[in-house]
Design a protein around this ligand. Structure first.
Ligand code: FAD
Length: 407
């Protein structure tokens, strides 16, 4: 058995949320252990990563203030200025535009690997973060300390532990923190495709009764990253289809809005679920990101919410000072109050939108069409929806708040 190492904070999980919160807290003066079984992210390959994210302006401001925006390979990032959303089964269409808000863009499409590499490299420059390779196997906490045992026998102790270990969080299960989980009975197919017509830096999403199909613009004007959420059965058929069958099924599902699908990369299928924990804190431990909440990808918000958790937690903790239970609990409760309502609102919104568009009843279809036309004409509602998706509504952490446009 190895010796015990003592830190101010142990962050469990070096995904995008764990990396971000570690950087934020190190800059506030804390000594951090960042634990993850994975070592280094894979280098960027010539082909685009099929895991891409729509990153909101609020999240990008956070990355900018952490020095991560400049560390990314900017030639592989796409700004999008407009977004078109339409219903496959009614005349409902909504067109969102950054121009209407007087903003430079609605967001960015960024590869997972580009972000992981930039964050990991930025983290390496910090003196007070130890990367520890391992998986958490046991946690015990009392009034004054939390003790963790890793699968390699290593033991860590800290007055605060942050569970950033994703949707199947071990921290959450070891501490018996209950979560409400709902299986969407949908899977998402992820793939990068070459399209006939230029995407014009517009994100597009068509709502089918089986689920939404999004085409997100990549730097090449003729390439998009698709996220197609559909029934399990259709996903398993589509993923096995020949390239030419896949191109015609996908093109038809998208009404050929960008012409023919000309080629495609690797296809990946992921099951979808909704998850929300009843509490974000248990004693001296707090959950962040997917460990606390998992939302449907239709609004491209899961990671953005997790990044705001990281920013909010760093804001309420402030600089390194008293970590006695009473002080710490006050701060952790403030974090929970700041984030739980925001995350729950997005969970409900995405769940209700998904249900609404999957309902094939003729009356619902008619109301949907009329409702979407109404929203499209009602500039204040549309503006509010855009600002919500951009992360600029609600209790926005100071570090991510809007001051000016990023260059
Ligand atoms: C199809 C799809 C599309 C999406 N698109 C978007 C989008 O456009 N925009 C957006 O904002 N969000 C999007 N999301 C959501 C986004 O992917 C997640 O919200 C985000 O990746 C969660 O990050 P995380 O760091 O919380 O968790 P994860 O990325 O799951 O990271 C968890 C980390 O914890 C580590 N870990 C696990 N167990 C242990 C353990 N026992 N000990 C130590 N470490 C451990 C793992 O190795 C991993 O590194 C999408 C999701 C899906 C499914």
């Amino acid at each position: 058995m190895m010796g015990r190492q003592h830190y101010d904070i142990v962050v469990v999980g070096a995904g995008l949320v764990g990396l971000s919160v570690s950087m934020l807290l190190e800059k506030l003066g804390y000594r951090i252990a960042l634990v993850d079984p994975k070592t280094q992210p894979a280098p960027l390959s010539e082909k685009f990563d099929h895991r891409t994210y729509a990153i909101s302006p609020a999240s990008m401001r956070l990355f900018d203030r952490l020095g991560v925006y400049d560390a990314m390979d900017r030639s592989r990032i796409t700004e999008f200025f407009d977004m078109q959303v339409w219903d496959a089964n009614s005349n409902g269409t909504v067109q969102f535009s950054a121009h209407e808000l007087g903003r430079d863009r609605l967001g960015w499409i960024v590869e997972h690997s580009n972000l992981m590499i930039a964050l990991t490299e930025a983290l390496f420059t910090l003196d007070n973060v130890d990367r520890i390779t391992g998986s958490v196997n046991a946690i015990e906490q009392d009034e004054s300390i939390v003790g963790l045992i890793l699968d390699n026998g290593e033991q860590l102790r800290a007055p605060l532990v942050l569970g950033c270990d994703g949707a199947n969080s071990r921290v959450r299960s070891l501490l018996n923190m209950s979560a409400k989980v709902r299986d969407y009975v949908q899977h998402s197919i992820l793939c990068n495709v070459e399209i006939e017509l230029p995407h014009a830096q517009t994100a597009r999403q068509r709502f089918l009764t089986t689920g939404p199909l999004a085409f997100l613009p990549l730097p090449n004007p003729h390439e998009c990253s698709i996220i197609w959420s559909t029934t399990r059965e259709q996903a398993s058929q589509v993923v096995k289809a020949s390239d030419s069958d896949f191109h015609s099924i996908l093109g038809a599902a998208f009404e050929h809005r960008l012409g023919a699908i000309q080629s495609s990369g690797k296809r990946l299928v992921v099951p979808l679920q909704a998850l929300h924990t009843k509490q974000y804190i248990s004693g001296r431990t707090a959950l962040l990101g997917d460990a606390a909440h998992v939302v449907h990808p239709l609004a491209g918000q899961g990671l953005n919410l997790g990044l705001m958790d990281a920013a909010a937690l760093a804001q309420v903790l402030g600089s390194r000072e008293d970590m006695t239970l009473r002080f710490l609990l006050n701060k952790l409760r403030r974090y929970e109050r700041m984030r739980r309502g925001e995350n729950l609102a997005m969970l409900k919104l995405t769940e209700e939108l998904n249900q609404l568009f999957c309902d094939d009843h003729s009356l619902t279809r008619c109301l949907r069409g009329t409702g979407m036309q109404f929203v499209d004409r009602m500039t204040p509602i549309k503006k509010w929806l855009m600002l919500r998706a951009m992360g600029d509504v609600g209790d926005v952490p100071i570090i991510a708040s809007y001051q000016s446009e990023l260059k």
